[in-house]
Ligand binder design. Structure first.
Ligand code: GLP
Length: 264
């Protein structure tokens, strides 16, 4: 696992956006097949989306040959609801770039048959050739996508019940009212994320420090699903200093030293 420690959330976004652009460029040089990008919602990736939009507008990257798959979506929230992950993605990213709308995949939390929706989603990922790069955030309790603590590390896309902790944390998007937060969501599984060729998890701010510590220094375990990254052949955590605060000094120094000359 690589751990990139930057000073600020803005630098985390710059590093990540540059890394994604580089991967898209590399693949386009080798093949005409689309680049398949897995994407998260949440406040952490917002800066990265802004930076990707900036790079797109500067002519540094095109999303014409990119297919996206989002990590998760609430169950039962209308797509046009301002807090649905559909709205989030279109407002904060897709409508600002040249992505082809048909290439955007987001789970349908209003599907009649939710089990089938999840199975079809996995099939669509496979049809697209698998995910080249999955970007993700992390919850305060270490969850990846909506894979709450004690989720199976072999899990695939499915329905999950949200924990009280997650509902409370996400209530900020629903006027602070926990009753308005959906209680279930569709989410890619831990194994869906790990099947991607590359995985990049972002963590910024002190409230993510525990998750980073468990993900980097803790054992591989289902309580902190971020720890599953340890068994991925190409997993990267990109964090700021505040999120790295609970790492041991020696761990912090190790990663600062080993990454000091790597540009990307
Ligand atoms: C939600 C999302 C996760 C995200 C997490 C943290 O639970 N399902 O994908 O990583 O929130 O969000 P934030 O970046 O806002 O802290």
């Amino acid at each position: 696992m690589r751990v990139i420690i930057e000073n600020t959330p803005q630098q985390v976004a710059q590093w990540t956006a540059r890394y994604i652009v580089e991967q898209i460029r590399l693949k386009s040089k080798l093949t005409s097949s689309p680049f398949v990008l897995g994407l998260p919602t949440g406040s952490t990736p917002l800066e990265t989306y802004k930076e990707l939009i900036r790079l797109y507008k500067a002519g540094e990257v095109s999303f014409k040959n990119v297919i996206t798959f989002n990590m998760d979506e609430y169950v039962g929230l209308p797509e046009e609801h301002p807090e649905s992950y559909h709205s989030f993605m279109w407002n904060n990213f897709f409508r600002h770039i040249n992505i082809i709308p048909e290439n955007v995949n987001i789970l349908n939390g209003n599907a009649e048959d939710l089990v089938k929706e999840c199975a079809d989603y996995e099939a669509r990922i496979e049809e697209a050739g698998g995910i080249d790069l999955f970007m993700g955030g992390v919850g305060e309790d270490g969850h990846l996508a909506f894979n709450e603590p004690f989720s199976s590390l072999q899990s695939r896309t499915r329905i999950k019940t949200l924990t009280t902790d997650t509902i409370q944390v996400n209530a900020r998007f629903f006027g602070g009212d926990t009753r308005l937060v959906p209680k279930t969501a569709l989410t890619v599984g831990v194994a869906t994320v790990l099947s991607a060729k590359k995985v990049v998890i972002l963590a910024t701010g002190h409230k993510k420090a525990r998750a980073v510590r468990h993900g980097v220094e803790g054992g591989y375990n289902h309580q902190w699903t971020i720890s599953a990254l340890q068994v991925h052949p190409s997993g990267i955590i990109v964090c700021d200093d505040a999120a790295a605060e609970e790492l041991r000094v020696s761990t912090y120094r190790y990663f600062k030293d080993i990454e000091k000359d790597t540009l990307i």
